[in-house]
Design a protein around this ligand. Structure first.
Ligand code: NAD
Length: 424
């Protein structure tokens, strides 16, 4: 098929690579000229494992444009993968989606299928359909929310747990078009209404965020009772009704999706006069997790002012360079505000310009002479550190495991003081 993708970000580029591997011809259009110029030179503007390899292998079917009217007109399927960041009130800003539709309207025709991959508020796709119809464009509109995880986006796209397809009741063509497009990817299809698909996306992210906040609240209790939260997570996670995933206590969830989607669902509930008690609690736990953790550090380390603290990890999770809503960045900012002399490191991510903290080029540079070391993002490189070497380089001996992912025994055996989240 001939596919056009609007928005060449994490979702757009991953979708492009996957569809090209499945044999389709893909034209990506992005309003960011610099990004398109880089992609045309063969440079990939984001770090995502396996993405570069797929782009190289399928370059004959992958094209990038700043202005792609001709390709929009010739496409069988047009994907919308633009951002929907939160506005000042926390509601999703759909202006990028609206701008994409404005740009498409003069060029689309009745034979085409418009597929929404962006996470959009309930009712958006129905409104887009009506808007196109009012402009005399009888384009089929499909809601096909994206569930990939940054850091394993390519694997997730080829092995999804499910493919959710939202359709209008009178649409009897789009399901088979989507099945042809995704032929080669084996997953159960969940077919529902346009709004149903939009709701599934928000509900999935809200549930996962709730699991994280739940175990973080248990970790706070475990800390006070001297109980191992890791044992608790295992003990409940082996119950098939609960499941083991997303039960790793830590400094909280972040990224471009969970915080924004939980807040968006809360706002949508308020608009419908429904009080979202659970979602409010999920957000409240997460919003206070860093402060709670900084207080814990103060109790253990004493005053933070003037202490040299190495923070390992800047990205919101390992295997990505994405720092949007990263709890690691928030932690770095808070420690800096407490007067700590912070030095940060990350294998791929860079600190935002407005954070006046030094970023070390190597782990050694960050760790050298540190009074305390915090692992804020669980990159493999940090889990595999030589802790005796770390002990020799540090001034102090506190190792704070913000993700409960470090080898506690090895750290203690090296003569360091291990502090986890909800761990004895
Ligand atoms: P992103 O910010 O990485 O990329 C968005 C791209 O769209 C940017 O390159 C931007 O320049 C471009 N763009 C914006 N408006 C445009 C327009 N009118 N015309 C052309 N290009 C335009 O965003 P992302 O992380 O890829 O997320 C995209 C959507 O997918 C969001 O709604 C997000 O919530 C959802 N989503 C993201 C993830 C994820 O892990 N990143 C996972 C699932 C769903």
């Amino acid at each position: 098929m001939n596919v056009c993708i609007i928005g060449a970000g994490y979702v757009g580029l991953t979708t492009a690579a996957v569809l090209a591997k499945l044999g389709h011809t893909v034209h990506c259009i992005d309003e960011n000229e610099q990004k398109i110029a880089a992609l045309q030179r063969g440079e990939i503007p984001i770090y995502e494992p396996r993405l570069a390899e797929l782009f190289t292998d399928h370059q004959s079917r992958l094209f990038f444009h700043h202005d792609g009217q001709k390709h929009i007109q010739e496409a069988d399927v047009i994907f919308i993968c633009v951002g929907t960041p939160p506005d000042v009130k926390g509601k999703p800003d759909v202006s990028y989606v609206n701008r994409a539709i404005d740009m498409l309207i003069p060029h689309v025709n009745d034979h085409q299928t418009l597929v929404m991959k962006s996470t959009v508020p309930i009712g958006t796709n129905e409104r887009i359909y009506e808007r196109l119809k009012n402009e005399g464009k009888h384009v089929r509109v499909v809601s096909n929310p994206e569930f990939l995880r940054e850091g394993s986006a390519i694997y997730d796209s080829f092995h999804p747990d499910r493919i959710v397809i939202g359709l209008r009741d009178d649409d009897d063509r789009s399901l088979s078009i989507m099945q042809t497009l995704y032929a080669g990817i084996h997953a159960p299809y969940v077919v529902t209404s346009l709004s149903g698909a939009e709701m599934i996306k928000y509900a999935a992210n809200a549930f996962l965020a709730t699991k994280i906040s739940f175990i973080n609240e248990m970790a706070r209790l475990c800390d006070t009772y001297g109980v191992e939260v890791v044992d608790v997570a295992k003990g409940i996670g082996l119950d098939g009704r609960i499941g083991p995933h997303f039960l790793q206590a830590g400094i909280g969830y972040g990224g471009s999706c969970f915080p924004k989607d939980v807040t968006a669902l809360i706002q949508m509930a308020y608009e419908q006069m429904v009080r979202p008690y659970m979602l409010e609690a999920t957000k409240a736990v997460n919003d206070t997790q860093i402060n709670w953790y900084v207080q814990k550090m103060k109790r253990t380390l004493g005053e933070l002012a003037g202490r040299r603290i190495a923070v390992l990890g800047i990205a919101f999770k390992p295997n990505t360079d994405d720092i949007r809503e990263s709890p690691a960045v928030l932690l770095i900012t808070k420690l800096h505000a407490h007067g700590a002399d912070v030095i940060a490191h990350d294998p791929k991510a860079t600190l935002p310009h407005d954070v006046a903290v030094k970023q070390a080029k190597t782990i050694d540079e960050a760790v050298k002479k540190a009074d305390a070391l915090i692992v804020a993002t669980d990159w493999d490189a940090y889990k595999q550190l030589n802790w005796e070497e770390v002990k020799r380089m540090m001034n102090g001996n506190a190792v704070i495991d913000g993700r409960n992912s470090l080898p506690r025994e090895a750290i203690i055996n090296a003569g360091l003081h291990y502090i986890g989240v909800g761990r004895r």
